[in-house]
Design a protein around this ligand. Structure first.
Ligand SMILES: *Cc1c(COP(=O)(O)O)cnc(C)c1O
Length: 253
């Protein structure tokens, strides 16, 4: 159950989510045994103080989906002082005019939402101006598995081409894997698998067979508060959980 903000105890919620992750791992097919799902705590709209609480509980990976908000939090004295080893994931739509801003974020760990060749090119060209010498920027390709017009991400049948471009022509980028949000729908997971997650798995498998890669080397980022356990059972490597940890967000206006 997602609880509301007033009674949220971040530390306790985080522990609960971690227990649920463990339990979901134990239900997986043996072929996923080597995959340790990484929880990305999505802190959008939530204050830096709550991030510090989760950090002190051991959480290191955090996700934000607005560049301005990410930059403000990542450079705030509180976070810089108390969360020295934080790893930021950018999980929102990245506009071309915000690229320098996002790349200048201290402790930026990964951009999960690359969905065009132009964006990959720009990140690849500019990263050397921002990152440590000879480092590579971790990126994921965002796939619009549900085909919803309002969601970002590229078409499933364009994934291999973009992945090939990143692998062959973007030496400053490291392709970590594929990311999707999927349609928000209450499925009965005891009966059906989430079709958008299956679509992302198929994109990964097609890409690996076409480019001769091992499927274990292309991670999947799928699963949010309402479906992360299911995503783990399907082999997800990164789950992005916000409200289950930090409490409900106000409805978007
Ligand atoms: C907000 C957000 C999440 C987390 O959603 P919750 O329902 O709060 O768990 C995950 N991924 C993306 C891309 C988001 O924007």
């Amino acid at each position: 159950m997602i609880r509301n903000m007033a009674d949220i105890d971040v530390r306790q919620s985080l522990r609960l989510v971690l227990q649920q992750i463990e339990a979901a791992c134990s239900r997986r097919n043996d072929k996923f045994a080597g995959i340790k799902p990484q929880l990305v705590a999505v802190s959008k709209i939530k204050p830096a103080e709550l991030i510090v609480e989760a950090y002190e509980e051991g959480q290191r990976h955090f996700g934000e989906n607005y560049v301005q908000e990410l930059q403000e939090k990542a450079t705030s004295p509180l976070i810089l002082e108390k969360c020295k080893d934080i790893k930021w994931h950018f999980i929102g739509h990245l506009q071309a005019n915000k690229i320098n801003k996002v790349l200048s974020v201290p402790n930026l760990y990964m951009i999960e939402t690359v969905d065009t060749k132009q964006l990959a090119t720009q990140l690849n060209t500019r990263w050397p101006n921002f990152g440590p010498p000879n480092s590579k920027l971790n990126i994921m390709i965002q796939v619009n598995t549900s085909g919803e017009a309002e969601k970002s991400g590229l078409d499933p049948n364009e994934v291999t081409e973009l992945a090939k471009y990143v692998l062959n022509d973007c030496s400053n980028l490291r392709l970590e894997g594929l990311m999707t949000i999927g349609k928000y729908e209450k499925y009965d997971y005891s009966k059906v698998a989430n079709p958008d997650f299956l679509c992302l798995i198929k994109c990964r498998d097609d890409l690996c067979s076409e480019l001769g890669l091992n499927w274990k080397d292309i991670a999947l980022s799928m699963g949010m508060s309402h479906d992360f356990e299911h995503a783990i059972e399907l082999g997800s490597h990164y789950i992005r959980v916000g409200q289950m940890i930090f409490g409900e967000r106000p409805i978007k206006i």
